[in-house]
Design a protein around this ligand. Sequence first.
Ligand SMILES: Cc1cc2nc3c(=O)[nH]c(=O)nc-3n(C[C@H](O)[C@H](O)[C@H](O)COP(=O)(O)OP(=O)(O)OC[C@H]3O[C@@H](n4cnc5c(N)ncnc54)[C@H](O)[C@@H]3O)c2cc1C
Length: 501
Amino acid sequence: MKIKPKSIVIVGGGTAGWMAVNSLLSSWRDTVKITLVESKDIGIIGVGEGSTPYLKQYFSSLGIKESEWMPACDATYKAGISFPDWSTKAGYESYFHPFFSKLDLKPADLFFHNSGLRRRGVKVDALPNHYFVSSQLIELNKSPVPKIDLPFDVDYGYHFDSAKLGRFLKERALKLGLTHVIGNVASVETSVDGHITAVNVEAQQSLNADFFIDCSGFKGLLVNETLGLSFCSYKDSLFNDAAVAIPTNLASHTEVPAQTVSRALTNGWSWKIPLTSRWGNGYVFSSDFISPDSAETELRAHLGLLDADIEARHLKMRVGRLNQHWHKNCLAVGLSQGFIEPLEATALMLIQFTIERFISSFEDESKSDELTKADYNKDLNKTFDGVRDYIVAHYKLNSRNDSTYWQACREDARTPDSLANLITIWDNGGDFESALKQQQDSLIYLRPSWYCLFSGMGRFPSTSIEDTQSVPAYRAKEYCQKIAKKYFISHQTQLEKIYQN
Ligand SMILES: Cc1cc2nc3c(=O)[nH]c(=O)nc-3n(C[C@H](O)[C@H](O)[C@H](O)COP(=O)(O)OP(=O)(O)OC[C@H]3O[C@@H](n4cnc5c(N)ncnc54)[C@H](O)[C@@H]3O)c2cc1C
């Protein structure tokens, strides 16, 4: 039988640590004592400014309103991600990956239909931008928050300042009774059976607990350096292992868009994230193909900052995941447990899933401790691998020929089996719907996302026959525009509403 921990020590005060502590205090506040130790010398990674719609549930599960946290974190709304320059196919040079809702049902059906026709060589439009409301919200500079209550949820995400998000969550946790220690963990003690018993903080006390959570970032102080847990690298499928970040000012009166832009560059891709206080910019690249200095120069040129005196931050990334996220009395959360490059901004979603799934593991008290951990680790691995497959697909489907990097991503990167199957079926005109259904257990991304990616990249036969019978795309676009105008207000007005509350 499992017993909930009565005392927990969390090592690390990055976004992972603060998200974990808030969820735990929300669920187990009356029965657990939590201590979080963080080092001021080491600091946090300080990037991670975009989310999936899953973050909306995080705040609502904690009972935190947008008007409380968004102004504190310079946050904006996110209706999806644009992917310019990943494809060189005419008409498909840029596509939008939208967040969906039931408002999309009608036009999206036409999109799936047209994608099917286009795969069979019929000359119809199948660019996702024309068939989803979110995409029209961006064209019209609107927010993805409906202005009236609809009888269903409309998915959207956020952009935010990660350091400010950490501070906001920290204040909240302190009010709920967290014990906060500032100092460097210098050593970790374990028992003969491999359980962690204490972390020793330099020139301070030892912190004992019956459970430990490793939120110490890429180094994995507990799971890697102490327990030596095995790591499953994704490097053979995903070549990017570094990033350079350069924030820029927001000109006054700029109306920020509710989207992230992920633009392909020569040896990776750049992100552009709108906050109310600044732009977050960066370049994710592979150091096997371009040096950090050259990547910085390329990003500066791209941002028009070649002569500007703005400091750049260089980061290394360890891409992959642990095989066991929960081992003995230790759980890894955040970068310590693994990382998939931030192309679809999935890391906070994985943090949230890791901690929520951990808490719910204690609901079935009759399940043995060992079986609980085995099931948990299996689920986490499946989730990480499912996200990886969707990210890898972007690289496999790219059609750039301007560098060996893009060619290698397409031809040399390992394609996970489940993804290879989807690509083969799509290319051969096979039953893509059935393939998605058959693999639904391992695919984290849903049907619309897969269609948007394949069609958005223009992955179709190069020759096509004239269309005689399909519904023209402009009808779908008109429909989406009408919905966008009817139910949504401008992004700027929505932000003002939330910020003034
Ligand atoms: C380039 C890049 C872009 C990203 N973009 C996104 C994005 O758009 N969306 C998204 O969801 N995620 C993104 N991420 C991931 C996201 O930044 C992280 O998942 C998130 O910030 C959580 O980090 P963390 O808390 O695990 O680690 P960190 O922020 O590194 O925190 C580690 C903590 O451990 C502490 N620590 C370390 N060693 C010790 C010690 N010895 N003693 C005491 N304390 C210690 C540190 O002081 C710090 O407080 C991105 C990551 C990268 C690299």
